[in-house]
Ligand binder design. Sequence first.
Ligand SMILES: Nc1ncnc2c1ncn2[C@@H]1O[C@H](COP(=O)(O)OP(=O)(O)OP(=O)(O)O)[C@@H](O)[C@H]1O
Ligand SMILES: [Mg+2]
Length: 377
Amino acid sequence: MVNHGMVLSALGTVTDPELHYDIVTLNMVRNINIQGDAVNVDVALTVQGCPLHQKIERDVEDAVMKLPGVKSVHVNLGVMNDEERRTAFSRAFQQSQKGKAQDGAASPARPTPPGPQSGAWSPLLEETSSTVVLGIASGKGGVGKSTVTANLAVALNRLGFRVGVMDMDIYGYSQGRMLGARQPAQANAEQKIVPWNANGIHVVSMGMFVQENQAIIWRGPMLGKMMQQFFTDVAWPELDYLLIDLPPGTGDVALDVATRLPRASLIIVTTPQLLAREVAMRTADVAHRAQQRILGVVENMSYIPLGGGQRMEVFGAGGGEALSRELEVPLLGQVPLESSVREGGDRGVPVLLSAPESEASEVFLQIAQKIDAAAHA
Ligand SMILES: Nc1ncnc2c1ncn2[C@@H]1O[C@H](COP(=O)(O)OP(=O)(O)OP(=O)(O)O)[C@@H](O)[C@H]1O
Ligand SMILES: [Mg+2]
């Protein structure tokens, strides 16, 4: 007959899709009730309306159903309170630290990071380096992180800075398309990868290594490895700014950036919607846990300019403002929703180059100025 311990160890194989650690470690399993061959499991989600709750529910069912003697599994989903959520994030963070040294079954194996004794992955990351490393994060997908990354890269370059872009969205890489580069990777004489030079921006992306639309199926540990390689195996020139386009979610990569690139600050992109703000808060939570600096918030798709100073607020209003207040960081700017922004991204000519007179271009330039002021404050 199935017992409590068996169920618990089965649940130890279920990972939270966002935090990438098992739900037992994260203290998400609240109660296990076994009645003969029927198992009831109470699971507390990190947030109300967690978009991934169905996956967690299914994974729990699958894991427990595999146990001999189990005929039915019922999952009751609840929600953590603020305190519990903070504990869960801090456990994920602790695990990520521990995971560097060990390959536990419950936590994804991670490559050994460079310790202080082994030096940084790249001169760009050394304590003495003057390169400002900025992660562009959001939590929710599709809010415009990559668009903001590409345009801020061009804007900072316009201000006279040497700018690099690292596309850490391994599955959904888009910087090649957005900045207008598509050649396969080239190596230099030292066998290091030469970044693309797209309109003066130095870019490294998964798009250099795979053919367009080819699916990438690497899992957790590979992601961490990838980031390391994007530093160690790339012939980065000297840079004033390195912008890292992060994948959506508060998971592995955000944690990796937080733990391995302590010099990196974050810029959080949100839309004016309440939900986007809440999800962005979770990303910020991870950053706070890791004591990572958040430079500011960029609100994207804020309004459609109607001319004569009139605006249509398609996605509501106030999300960016509220988020920046909660995080006690500046709202760096509100980027309008303009077709030239999307077209620029699709054509590989960012709006700052294709329509420099547009309102969005102006906003991106102002944001870049504020970033520069904040980064050197
Ligand atoms: N201000 C804007 N005006 C018009 N279109 C925009 C704007 N910002 C982003 N878009 C469009 O919205 C879509 C999503 O943007 P983008 O890919 O930058 O988001 P993302 O947050 O990086 O998404 P993902 O989470 O998938 O990485 C793209 O088609 C982009 O061109
Ligand atoms: Mg993106």
